[in-house]
Design a binder for this molecule. Sequence first.
Ligand code: NAD
Length: 345
Amino acid sequence: TTTSTPIPATLIPGDGIGPEIVDATLAALDALGAPFEWDRQEAGLAGVKSAGDPLPKAALDSIRRTRLALKGPLETPSGGGYRSSNVRLREEFQLYANLRPALTIVPGGRYEKVNLVVVRENLEGLYIGHEHYVQIDNDPHAVAMATGINTRQGSRRALEFAFEYAVANGRKKVTLVHKANIMKALTGIFLETGQQLYESKYKGKFELETVIVDACAMKLVLNPWQFDVIVTTNLFGDIISDLVAGLVGGLGMAPGANIGANAAIFEAVHGSAPDIAGQGKANPVALMLAAAMMLDHVNRQDLATRLRTAIDQTLNVDQVRTGDLGGKASTPEFAQAVVARIKNS
Ligand code: NAD
């Protein structure tokens, strides 16, 4: 169908390279005639500058209304400063599962034909940042403490999302990654919940294996093809999904979706890349692929496929690539090449 009802969606350009890759992605979506009706909002450093808040109320209200967002990276100061707007967004909209597919699109890297998906629990664990210092004598920062929380219910909904994803996408194996040999309670609950859920509802639909996170890191580097879907807790998922992005050509190629009960937010896995911001060097593929996931999410698989095909042809047939992939194209040049492919599709 060429005409369809407009779908309201929030657009957050974000910080650093965010506005550049968002412009590139919008050009591709416009060429496709994607049905999104954008409500543009600021957050991150851009939110601090425009509204004095890294997560302005207007942005939150917009997502409350649309329940759907495409977002550029948001800068978070390390150490002090404000709390990550990304983490706040996940909490606010209960975005409990983070889906990160890793697919080799450009051959000639270290690993050919990688096709795996990481599902990361997105709201719990050691990642939530409940931390404090303890003073001893005159040193106020003598001891640093962090609290990790995993719940059976929280583990279950992330695991269920991963298991349902595996079934819906014909995946053969799910690998549950944990560290229950050492963190017996904190990550043991995730392991046990996954095993119970598998036995009660999913046995026979796919294979479930369990791997300890350190061994998983090694196995991913030695033989990534042995993996299909990986499901893990928040902090391990944060690290493993960047590792997996590296297997398929780096952060410029890795999209992500934050899926929740009340909203879904699509983004690139990478950050604001301050080292190359404003120079027209950023690779927009990760955000374009996130937009393709967003099209899948609103059941426009037809447009998602056209977008993915256009990206593939631009990279591999036209050989138009940004610097991170060894090419010479600027961000707008790459976007124009994708647009040309879409128009011919
Ligand atoms: P980063 O992902 O921004 O950059 C890491 C390296 O990868 C840099 O060398 C960068 O130039 C390169 N890179 C990243 N994306 C690229 C692209 N599309 N094209 C070409 N090269 C690319 O990680 P960082 O430097 O650790 O973080 C910078 C900021 O981003 C921090 O404030 C961090 O908190 C934030 N961040 C935000 C998100 C998010 O919004 N989801 C995710 C990660 C980091």
